[in-house]
Ligand binder design. Sequence first.
Ligand SMILES: NC(=O)c1ccc[n+]([C@@H]2O[C@H](COP(=O)([O-])OP(=O)(O)OC[C@H]3O[C@@H](n4cnc5c(N)ncnc54)[C@H](OP(=O)(O)O)[C@@H]3O)[C@@H](O)[C@H]2O)c1
Length: 340
Amino acid sequence: MNKIRVSVVGASGYTGFELVKIFLKHPMVEITNLAVRSNVGTPFSEIYPSLKGRCDLTCVAIDVDRISATSDVILFCLPHKTGMKLIPQFIGKGKKIIDLSADYRFDDPLMYKSAYGIDHADAENLSAFVYGLPEINRKLIRKASNIASPGCFPTGIVLALMPALQAGLIRTDSIVVDSKTGISGGGKVPKPAFHFPECNENLTAYKVATHQHEPEIEQELSKMAKQSVDILFVPHLVPLNRGIYNTIYTELKMSVSPEKIREFYRKYYRSEPFVRVIDNDRIPQIKHVVYTNFCDIGMVLRGNRLILMSAIDNLIKGASGQAVQNMNVMMGFTETMGLD
Ligand SMILES: NC(=O)c1ccc[n+]([C@@H]2O[C@H](COP(=O)([O-])OP(=O)(O)OC[C@H]3O[C@@H](n4cnc5c(N)ncnc54)[C@H](OP(=O)(O)O)[C@@H]3O)[C@@H](O)[C@H]2O)c1
């Protein structure tokens, strides 16, 4: 089998760097274009010196014709609101497209507007994208041409809640999600809150119950519960480079033993290569998932309260690893290829 030709647009950012590192280990990938806005003509290893001798490809401009002609798969690592102006020019050229931004994650352009504050610039193509969480949409992803990779918060939250919601175990109107994210979640462009003296030795909530990922999470949870799910979502910024930790408070609709719930979760995720349900006496930790594509899930039952915990690496399972997992499914490769 020949290698596939893969291009990364927005390669100079954090998720682009992670993609390149994964592709260097991927036996079926040849990187053909690392396309950038501000570093055209610069070797990638000058932007990221840790890759000297491993990826010295020269970064190229974002040229639609050239990239389309020399790629089988194109991954977009652009800020939201940017991709939707560029990606339509790549659609319909017979290439597989994977967008890591939020621009194609919503079914309804009005939801996009309420989350991101502007009209969607390419609403007619929203239905051409599959929400790229392989654990829920693997069959659709296999046949898809275009993938909207999920947000980092939604990934760990949806994976933790999905079994309980699908089985009708928990109430849909009282879910409270408390999340902690590392600083790389904001990308490589420094903002005041992400400045070292501001975030080091500090912990703060932000965008309390107004974060743009809340409607995305509710969209996906409502689909799996087959009814409207209304969550309260409070993210926090913690002084870690990477990692997301979710603590999710739910109310059981019926009486179930902790052993039964854990066994149910284990069975549910038995065949999933990247979801691990943690043993009885353990709690997930960010330390155990960083630099991996794993999502670790744990649970504790107190009375009728089921407390779910999940941990992921925001840049791997929350972004670039998940994008490669999607690509593997789309291309018919072993799902774990490049991600072991
Ligand atoms: N960071 C995470 O944990 C994470 C997780 C899941 C999803 N995502 C999503 O993935 C996308 C990329 O995130 P990131 O963390 O990699 O961001 P980033 O580090 O800020 O990188 C963004 C990239 O986009 C390029 N870019 C910015 N504005 C552009 C424009 N107008 N035209 C062309 N290129 C432009 C930048 O190029 P220059 O260097 O030339 O400015 C850079 O290469 C975002 O949509 C983000 O929401 C991120």
